[in-house]
Ligand binder design. Structure first.
Ligand SMILES: *Cc1c(COP(=O)(O)O)cnc(C)c1O
Length: 427
């Protein structure tokens, strides 16, 4: 009665990962233990040579590994690792293969926290970034490459601008220059888009959002497709040359297709320690079990809300990739035929002040920093998540001062619309 790895994605949500043997717990156990016991020192020593097994939860833990393997199955990847946050996942995805003196290219429309990480903190570490328009032409993307460019990064559906990335175009440019394409797939989740099917090499997630889905647990994940050939050029000695901090391990050779993820565990989790707690991994797994059902409802509800907003004369503009009027409607249909996500952005007539008044009037939709969970919530990015950005950086990120980010939950769509209506009636 083994789980069939060729199951459909909604079956994988429920069944992939934990596979109990006869007499074992039906539900994934929480291995809430920092450490693991061995009979002899020699047994333990093998683990320090990176043989499979567990020694210390900062590096790896069975509960977390089993949840990571479910996410790898959902994305169609060969290996995955959980991190304590989406920020850690994005940072590790890059620092795993870049160092001081290197450069990477990123779509400009990315999450505000990621933008700061790239634009401020990683520059301090000596890693340079060029931001480009997600709608850049092939020639414009190619022109951004330098001799020391080591990766290309983008978000499938950007938070909060909702720009949809042409993954195939970016993959083509990355591969023409012998570097991997890393895609943050947080908003669509693998239910709606699997970037590996379009040429992406590595996928990251803030599992904090739809994956966990209930706003209880911060978390992240990095997944490797196993498709990138680290030996095709001499850009990645970190993958193809011995790591002296791990007894001369050569990640791409000794661990094959799992090399990139093994390196995140052996170096990034070992040294930076951004490890999730096994309990949080357990909660993430519960969320993943219902992910397919929730995403369908989020998308259905958001479509109704977006269509309602578009017809309302107190709204100045609506951006939702499911609307025919949206600039990314066609490209969203190509990559996400079943829908994108539950997040809508729009402007209220009267600008920033009216937008804030509208938000204060909402009853069901709560003002929170969060996005993409079961409860409808709302945020004004320019005064919160993107507050640290200058006006020109805001425009580059696709965030206008009047932008309201509305995250449609899985309540009844009519109740959500009624709440918006009463809040608009008061302004
Ligand atoms: C929230 C978010 C992140 C950061 O994730 P945390 O879990 O909050 O650290 C990264 N990328 C995207 C697209 C996000 O929405």
């Amino acid at each position: 009665m083994a789980f069939d790895p060729n199951s459909k994605i909604d079956t994988k949500c429920v069944q992939a990962g934990w596979q109990p043997k006869s007499g074992e717990p039906r539900v994934l156990p929480i291995y809430e233990s920092t450490t693991f016991k061995y009979d002899t020192s020699a047994d333990m020593a093998k683990l320090f040579d990176l043989e499979p097994g567990y020694m210390y939860t900062r590096l790896a833990n069975p509960t977390s590994d089993i949840v990571a393997s479910k996410i790898a199955a959902l994305e169609g990847g060969v290996a995955a690792v959980l991190t304590s946050s989406g920020q850690a996942a994005n940072f590790f995805s890059l620092i795993n293969i870049l160092q001081a003196g290197d450069h990477f290219i990123s779509a400009a429309t990315i999450y505000g926290g990621t933008f700061n990480l790239f634009n401020v903190t990683m520059r301090k570490l000596g890693i340079d970034v060029t931001f480009i328009d997600p709608r850049a032409t092939e020639e414009e993307i190619n022109a951004a490459f330098k001799d020391n460019t080591k990766a290309v990064f983008g978000e499938t559906v950007a938070n909060p601008s909702l720009d949809v990335l042409d993954i195939e175009k970016f993959a083509k440019a990355a591969h023409a220059h012998g570097v991997p394409l890393i895609i943050d797939n947080t908003f669509p989740t693998p239910i709606n888009c699997r970037p590996f099917e379009w040429g992406a090499d590595i996928v990251t997630h803030s599992t904090t959002k739809y994956m966990e889905g209930h706003a209880s647990t911060i978390g992240g994940c990095v997944v490797d497709s196993g498709n990138f050939d680290w030996y095709q050029n001499d850009k990645f000695p970190c993958m193809t040359q011995p790591d002296e901090s791990y007894h001369g391990s050569v990640y791409a050779k000794d661990f094959g297709k799992a090399g990139y993820i093994t390196k995140i565990v052996a170096q990034q989790l070992r040294d930076f320690g951004s490890t999730p707690s096994p309990f949080n991994a357990f909660l993430l797994n519960l969320g993943l079990e219902t992910l397919a059902v929730r995403m369908e409802k989020h998308c259905k509800n958001a479509q109704k809300v977006a269509e309602y907003l578009e017809k309302n004369d107190k709204i100045s503009w609506v951006n939702y990739p499911g609307l025919k009027s949206c600039k990314d409607y066609e490209i969203a249909r190509k990559y996400m035929p079943n829908g994108t996500c539950g997040v809508i952005s729009f402007g209220v007539k009267g600008g920033r002040a009216k937008a804030e008044e509208f938000m204060n009037n909402l009853r069901l939709a709560a003002i929170v920093t969060h996005v993409a969970d079961a409860r409808t919530c709302v945020l004004h990015p320019a005064s919160s998540t993107h507050r640290q950005l200058s006006d020109s950086e805001l425009i580059e990120c696709g965030v206008t001062a009047d932008l309201v980010r509305f995250s449609v939950g899985i309540e009844n769509a009519d109740d959500i619309i009624a709440d918006i209506q009463q809040a608009l009636d008061k302004i």
